[in-house]
Design a protein. Structure first.
Length: 234
């Protein structure tokens, strides 16, 4: 598997997950919570305070996703010869998940997510780390289609290290916009509210890319493209 192509795909998938309908609208709420204030008063929190909280939050879900990636890579290595067949089947599943994101088919359980009752704002950065860990579990059904595509690439890498690396890059794509929003909270908040109107467009774009990736995996073209890119870089 060509790591450069897969890494770019993983980072792009992380960005798409950030702009998903169940993540983007909640960013101001999470940042307000992690700053230890109500979101309407988040401008009173120091920028450094917000950024560190956001970084711990990203670290929390990053740990879970990296562990998932490592497990997928390890499993891919154990499956050996039958993995190409499973990847092709997985590619077809990704096409269906992409159709779901484009709202052309409905898969009810993928529309469910477990919202965390934040309760009273946490005082320490470790609280943000814990929220990030819970975020990874609670919102996985919603970002599942995109996440599944990167886990498929992680399994196809057939190594624990490559699988962990891919999900680390995915977490980076999802986490960097979050940290940047914390650093520029006052400027970013109005923009996020405006972008919230376009979440369906983001979902359709993400679904379309997922369909393309699924077709590439199902036909074996993804591996051919990756090998071609590697030959150019060699």
């Amino acid at each position: 598997m060509g790591e450069p192509v897969s890494a770019v795909a993983a980072f792009a998938a992380g960005l798409l997950s950030f702009f998903s309908p169940c993540v983007l609208p909640l960013v101001p709420i999470y940042l307000g919570y992690m700053a230890g204030t109500a979101s309407s008063n988040a401008n009173r929190a120091g920028k450094l305070h917000l950024v560190i909280h956001a970084a711990f939050f990203v670290l929390g879900f990053g740990i879970i996703f990296v562990l998932l990636g490592a497990a997928a890579g390890l499993l891919g290595g154990l499956l050996g010869r039958i993995l190409p067949i499973l990847v092709r089947i997985g590619g077809l599943i990704l096409v269906v998940l992409g159709l779901h994101m484009c709202e052309l088919v409905k898969i009810p359980f993928l529309n469910m997510d477990k919202h965390l009752d934040l309760g009273h704002p946490g005082k320490g950065y470790w609280a943000s780390l814990l929220v990030g860990i819970i975020f990874a579990a609670g919102w996985t059904p919603c970002i599942g289609p995109v996440l599944a595509s990167i886990l498929m690439l992680a399994a196809n890498s057939q190594t624990l290290q490559s699988g962990a690396l891919l999900l680390g890059v995915y977490s980076l794509g999802l986490g960097l916009p979050f940290v940047a929003t914390g650093a520029l909270f006052n400027l970013a908040l109005p923009l996020i509210k405006k972008m919230g109107r376009w979440t369906r467009v983001f979902s359709i774009v993400g679904g379309s890319l997922l369909i393309i990736m699924g077709l590439l995996l199902a036909t074996g073209l993804f591996t051919q493209i990756s090998n071609w890119v590697n030959s150019l870089a060699a």
